[in-house]
Ligand binder design. Sequence first.
Ligand SMILES: Nc1nc2c(ncn2[C@@H]2O[C@H](COP(=O)(O)OP(=O)(O)OP(=O)(O)O)[C@@H](O)[C@H]2O)c(=O)[nH]1
Ligand SMILES: [Mg+2]
Length: 385
Amino acid sequence: MEHIGLVGLPNSGKTSLFNAATGSDALTGKHPFTTTESSVGIAHVPDSRLNALASMSSSKKTVYTGVELVDIAGLVKGSSEGSGLGNRFLAGIREVDALCMVLRAFDDPEIPGESDPVEALSILEIELAMADLASLEVQLERRRKSLKSKKPDNATEEEIAAMEEAYELLSSGVPMYRSMPNHSPLEEGAGEGHGGQSPPSAATGALRAREARKGMFLLTDKPMFCVINIGEDDMGNSSEIVNKVQAYLGGSGNVVAVCVQLEMEAAQLPPGERAEMLEGLGLGEGALSMVAHQAYAMLDRWTFLTTGDKESRAWSFRAGSTAPECAGVIHSDLQRGFIRAEVINWKALLDAGSWSNARHNGLIRLEGKDYLVQDGDVLEIRFNV
Ligand SMILES: Nc1nc2c(ncn2[C@@H]2O[C@H](COP(=O)(O)OP(=O)(O)OP(=O)(O)O)[C@@H](O)[C@H]2O)c(=O)[nH]1
Ligand SMILES: [Mg+2]
């Protein structure tokens, strides 16, 4: 499961967002550094396609995919040199697959902290870049020594060159993710069946360069997106705040505005009432679902579905995977003994009304081991072990 780290200044609302998204009850507070140790929880990725299939099949159980959220201790100016909780944030961030920067935009005189999201982001970026610089310095020194001690070694020379390039960028205060191509901005209803499109171009030069940097374990080399925690009063004009942060990022990275306080209140209600409250506020599925979809899109995760009377279930897979690879997500036996996959797009299945209708009408395709599974495909795996 993918790990998303919540990174932000103290009192930006990281733990509140964590609680709302994971249904946890971690400690929040008005004083800075309420969180001192990371906690981990699973945020389900809501999926209306799955809900529709589950109701079509009268499934007893509905199982969503999830992402693992990591609530990390806050950082402040100077954290990379020991201020605040010092380097404690580092361990938390090292292990995650993507960064979610939580930027506060709500005003509350009783809660100290930065409430200008652009200012907050610039502090976070500098601290993360400095932490990366410090780690690169150590790595570079080690490589240069080993180059001297050995006969000329091409691999080491290449590594040093890549490190020096990263070092230069970071020295000017620029996080590595800014050198990456833009991820497509979040679209309305993302994750709602964008089937048919080709996998995100995994082979661009920038992505290959990032791959080559993998061994450097840089914090800022992970994909990142921003959640702006806005006050209730700003819900009407959130696009202004979003645009400001987007402009600061020069268009790189994705930005969503969430009223964390409201989401947290909604999350504490039973599902039906929660939906009603979100509906009443014009929030649709709620911003948490946007956050989860955003994380998925950034990490090139797609979803395939299975459905039946026992359960309907969403499964997450890396965009560009083959049918046997997807079968392996369900169980390794299904990959090992893979024969064929029966495939239909979720919407086509829903329109047909049932799997047997779809089969009767010749809508179920039989696909072999080279088939590239699409987002929103419903699969049934034929296998033999
Ligand atoms: N008014 C208002 N208060 C909020 C909002 N989000 C969070 N808070 C409050 O702000 C305070 C800090 O929230 P936390 O979620 O603990 O913040 P944090 O980023 O985890 O803080 P640290 O763990 O100290 O780094 C708490 O008292 C929250 O109730 C919001 O959208 N509006
Ligand atoms: Mg906290």
